[in-house]
Design a protein around this ligand. Structure first.
Ligand SMILES: C[S@@+](CC[C@H](N)C(=O)[O-])C[C@H]1O[C@@H](n2cnc3c(N)ncnc32)[C@H](O)[C@@H]1O
Length: 210
């Protein structure tokens, strides 16, 4: 993916069921997960590597104010169209160092992006610094394919979070075909993390959906 031309991919990106969320069952499945992962109260959500804005739109429909950032101008154009008229802004920029100035967020949401960044540990530390007190990281990642798998295993991601996060919850997603529009056998998961506050112990990882 690191060599993918995302501007070229943008026009057809939403054709995958879990990208465009056009199938009502797939859309419902992601909406349900997001509702559980994002704060219950309306807040500020930063969607990094937002693509065409499909998750941004779900977050917006759930009452959150969304800032989306993507390196691809073509993706950002589509995201702006998808969320036209909503309380949402989309910026062209690097997810590893998003151009959000002093703004802070209640949740940083990142799906299928972290694994391709050159230094995921550094990006995670930076994202923690963009959260308000009590804020959370919502990370959806995986390891895709069988012949030449790419991605970031859950164990590596939770290991990177251990020194910086206070609470880490791993939710396995491979067993829920309604998220993908098909059965999948590769590793797919979400990690929900709260930033460690001073005096709090290193985060224990709890797991769900095994
Ligand atoms: C697999 S897509 C995921 C899109 C979206 N998060 C979703 O789940 O539908 C990866 C996205 O990350 C963007 N991207 C890749 N590297 C990036 C970077 N360093 N900074 C910002 N966006 C990046 C690509 O342009 C693309 O839109």
């Amino acid at each position: 993916m690191t060599n993918v031309d995302w501007d070229a991919e943008a026009a057809s990106f939403d054709e995958e069921p879990d990208h465009g969320l056009r199938d009502p069952e797939v859309r419902r499945a992601w909406a349900g997960r997001l509702r559980a992962w994002l704060p219950a109260r309306a807040g500020d959500v930063l969607d990094l590597g937002c693509g065409t804005g499909s998750l941004s739109l779900l977050a917006s429909e759930q009452g959150h104010r969304v800032t989306g950032v993507d390196l691809s101008a073509a993706m950002v154009t589509l995201a702006r169209e998808k969320l036209a008229g909503r309380d949402a802004v989309f910026l062209v920029g690097d997810a590893a160092a998003p151009p959000v100035g002093e703004q802070r967020f209640d949740a940083v949401l990142v799906r299928h992006v972290l694994w391709a960044l050159p230094d995921p540990g550094r990006a995670l530390r930076h994202w923690c610094g963009l959260l308000r007190p009590g804020g959370r990281l919502v990370l959806v990642e995986g390891v895709w394919g069988s012949t030449a798998p790419v991605g970031i295993p859950a164990e590596r991601l939770t290991g990177l979070l251990a020194p910086i996060a206070g609470q880490v919850r791993l939710e396995r997603l491979s067993g829920d075909p309604s998220l993908w529009g098909k059965e999948v056998t590769d590793e797919r998961y979400a990690v929900l993390a709260r930033v460690r506050t001073s005096g709090q112990e290193r985060g224990e990882v709890t797991a769900a959906g095994e």
